[in-house]
Design a protein around this ligand. Structure first.
Ligand SMILES: *Cc1c(COP(=O)(O)O)cnc(C)c1O
Length: 431
């Protein structure tokens, strides 16, 4: 019998009690590659991309995958092959795009703290657009481009001041956070940009937050963006493209974000109604393309019953799955071998081995488990591997990309030597 685990994970299901991703048993992958292990479904990533592509059929749009969500080279390669550009936030990410075979002309460079060296590197490879986040950055970018005899293509990230109704750490479109240029300063900033010799104004952009599960913040932001485009163009500056950022949420725990195609049907209707329907569009989705395509497999090391809490100690930790510690985020946790309905379960806090009370992966979870059992932490495709660290000198997990019945090892497990390769002891001379 086959049944899906969560509506948000269409390629994850139990088959004869064993959890499978596409055509492969996850327990087999855990045995072959060890744990903790990230496993991604290629079909799930392409389905998620397909929802955007369907939504934009017949329109001028460039989808720029926000690669900080998951920047593993094979993931970038997959999206590049399917026509995506990339939204980057560092020169390191730019190097990853190039290593994965992506086209720098389809790259947009976001972030509030680009260095001169990063600007230079991006200009050298012919980057598509800089999303500039402050007036000071405009001046510096103009200088750098001019010194290279170039004009940097720019859009200005504006802050539409809408409440994305998400966690404060991932809400970015309100006054009082560090991103973008205030709504009221927009026209003046565009006038300054148009006057600078090293810049070429090509667009406007915004990004209002992340894990957004309602459509109203997007519709409000679109109205505000179009008001700004109108005002900028009334001042005589052409805005060739509108970049609407990313932020669409996924189903972590019964969340019901709009589907990309349904959301964009409404946004495109708004663009049409206001006469901007044939404008070049860009979007920067991250989480919604990869989040529910991935799981993290982990082994139960110990059960530790307590007076107030029972702990289920596993071999994955906050360095592999940082979202619970950072945002109190929820990841569903399910066994790789389905348990009988009659099995005795207990309520556990699922925690890792790291020496921090913040090192938890799930709280108050009802599980029928024993030491040695394998669990899957769901929705681990976005902001897990890419945010991971080696804290406690824990090597980074391996990563596997599943395509039907084939498993591709796309990252080998890091070794402890890899971790301290760049470190040096202090030479001990004679006293
Ligand atoms: C992080 C980020 C994104 C992607 O956000 P998601 O919520 O993962 O879709 C897009 N644009 C910018 C500028 C970002 O910083």
């Amino acid at each position: 019998m086959t049944h899906p685990v969560l509506p948000g994970h269409p390629h994850l299901h139990y088959h004869d009690q064993a959890l499978q991703l596409e055509g492969l048993r996850l327990a087999d992958l855990a045995r072959e590659f060890g744990t903790p292990l990230y496993v991604y479904s290629q079909a799930a990533m392409l389905d998620a991309l397909g929802a955007y592509q369907r939504g934009f059929a017949g329109r001028k749009v460039q989808i720029c995958y926000a690669m900080k969500a998951n920047s593993s080279l094979a993931v970038l390669q997959l999206f590049a092959r399917h026509g995506c550009g990339f939204d980057i936030v560092s020169a390191g990410e730019l190097q990853r795009v190039i290593a994965a075979g992506g086209d720098p002309a389809k790259v947009i460079f976001s972030g509030v703290g680009k260095t001169r060296a990063e600007m230079r590197q991006a200009l050298e490879v012919g980057i598509g657009c800089f999303n500039v986040e402050s007036e000071a950055e405009l001046e510096v970018l103009s200088e750098v481009a001019q010194s290279m005899g170039l004009r940097a293509p720019i859009s200005i990230r504006v802050n539409p001041n809408v409440d994305a109704k998400t966690h404060p750490y991932i809400s970015t479109g309100l006054k009082g956070n560090k991103f973008g240029i205030a709504h009221e300063r927009t026209v003046a900033t565009y006038q300054r940009a148009a006057a600078l010799p090293g810049l070429r104004v090509v667009g406007i952009d915004c990004h209002i937050g992340s894990q957004i599960t309602e459509e109203s913040p997007y519709l409000d932001a679109m109205d505000r963006m179009l008001d700004l485009v109108q005002a900028i163009e009334a001042a005589g500056i052409a805005v060739h493209h509108i970049d609407f950022g990313g932020g669409l949420g996924i189903d972590y725990n019964g969340d019901t974000p709009p589907r990309a195609d349904a959301l964009w049907a409404k946004l495109l209707a708004k663009l049409d109604a206001r006469g901007y329907g044939d404008r070049q569009l860009m979007i920067e989705p991250g989480r919604s393309l990869v989040g529910n395509a991935g799981v993290c497999l982990t082994e139960v090391l110990y059960l530790k019953p307590g007076e107030q809490k029972n702990f289920c100690i596993v071999d994955a930790a906050m360095n592999d799955l940082p979202r619970p510690a950072m945002y109190q985020a929820y990841h569903a946790i399910v066994p790789l071998q389905a348990t009988a309905p009659t099995a005795v379960s207990h309520v556990y806090d699922v925690v890792g081995p790291i020496c921090e009370s913040g090192d938890w992966i799930g709280r108050d979870r009802n599980l029928a488990v024993a030491a040695g059992d394998m669990l899957a932490v769901l929705s681990a495709g976005a902001y897990c591997s890419s945010m991971g660290s080696t804290y406690n000198t824990r090597p980074r997990p391996a990563e596997v990309l599943v395509d039907g019945a084939r498993a591709h090892l796309i990252r080998t497990r890091e070794s402890v030597n890899d971790i301290f390769r760049s470190e040096k002891l202090v030479p001990q001379g004679n006293p």
